[in-house]
Design a protein around this ligand. Structure first.
Ligand code: AMP
Length: 223
């Protein structure tokens, strides 16, 4: 199934704890089904590395793992939605608060659009920690390894370039627990918000990449 701008729009919110695989699912929806993948985290990282005014404004929040204020996030999203109102969109990592979800609904309404579904990819805390702490990266070529699913041939050494493997600071257990706390306090209230709208669907992140994708595409096909 491919969605095109002339067909019908599907507007999807994907959310879940860090490490639940929402970024991977969003990428698959983009490459296989023609969705536009919109990740606010990626937008912020790109602006930070360009040293743009927006990047400078948000850098402190992003680096510390805190949330960028809702007004800034909503302004950025508004520009994007206005430029993409003929496309199917998967929002990855947005909204992250109820205020952002309300802002998105109002913005879509102003553009004559409506959210199709909000999908939670759920994963328990221990599995989040297990997945993220087993993620290591090469200092030289940035290749990512997972010590459980795709370990390097030789411990601590990159298969591709022989570089040293290291663990990202925000993938260390203490930081992951902090990110999980923020998720629970600020983002998980979205479950009630979208349940009240009858748009909420939960998928089990433990099913793995391909099964989750299968479920996701069959949900979209029913819409
Ligand atoms: P992510 O790549 O989605 O994990 O986002 C990386 C960082 O960007 C987050 O830890 C936040 O600091 C910031 N960020 C991304 N999306 C949002 C959002 N919707 N609301 C607030 N902050 C965000």
């Amino acid at each position: 199934m491919k969605l095109s701008g002339d067909d019908r729009h599907v507007l999807l919110v994907l959310f879940g704890p860090p490490g639940s695989g929402k970024g991977t699912q969003a990428e698959m929806l983009a490459s296989r089904m023609g969705f536009v993948h919109y990740s606010t985290g990626e937008v912020f990282r790109a602006q930070i590395s360009k040293r743009s005014p927006l990047g400078i404004k948000v850098e402190g929040y992003v680096v510390s793992g805190g949330l960028v204020p809702d007004e800034i996030v909503l302004e950025v999203v508004e520009d994007f939605v206005r430029a993409n109102h003929h496309n199917s969109i998967v929002f990855d990592g947005f909204p992250r608060t109820v205020a952002q979800a309300e802002g998105l609904d109002e913005l879509l309404k102003r553009c004559g659009l409506e959210l199709t579904l909000a999908v939670l990819i759920d994963l328990d805390d221990d599995e989040v920690v297990r997945r993220l702490t087993s993620r290591w990266q090469c200092r030289s070529c940035s290749k990512i390894y997972n010590l459980t699913f795709s370990p390097p041939k030789k411990e601590g050494v990159c298969d591709k370039c022989g570089g040293e493997l290291y663990q990202r600071r925000d993938d260390q257990e203490e930081t992951i627990r902090g990110r999980l706390e923020i998720y629970k306090r600020q983002t998980s209230p979205l479950i009630d918000y979208y349940e009240q709208q009858g748009k909420m669907v939960r998928l089990d992140g433990r099913l793995g990449r391909d099964r989750v994708f299968q479920e996701l595409t069959s949900l979209i096909a029913q819409k």
